[in-house]
Write a protein that binds this ligand. Sequence first.
Ligand code: RB5
Length: 147
Amino acid sequence: MRIALGADHAGVTLKDQLKQWLIARGDTVTDVGTHSTASVDYPDFAAAVAREVAGGRADRGVLVCGTGLGMAMAANKVAGIRAAPIVDEASARLSREHNNANIITLGARLTALEEAQELLRIFLVTEYQGGRHQQRIDKISALDKRP
Ligand code: RB5
């Protein structure tokens, strides 16, 4: 898969570890930064990954900050993005099956590497179920078009 990755200073270490894991899996990775632990503003990186996904240049996005929360709030401002902050395996699966989430956000202060890899693995392999969920996704998409 083509995966866009981004993080702030709190998430950069986990982002870089997940990047190596994705490359080892055979995924194609676009890393929008950040690349150091110098303090940065997470919305800048959320926007960069969200635009890669919304623009069709990436199949899925991965965003890491301290909690995953700010990244999700910012990414969801971009039309076409359904970013889900994920801390457990059931949510990782359901964010795909029911919500067709296209970005996973992770919290480096909440989730250790091994669990983050498993949450990301579930997020990447789980298919959207469609069906009754599609009319709800359509209503989310309609909100993109409102002022
Ligand atoms: C940075 O200290 C922290 O606020 C940020 O990484 C993130 O957790 C925000 O949601």
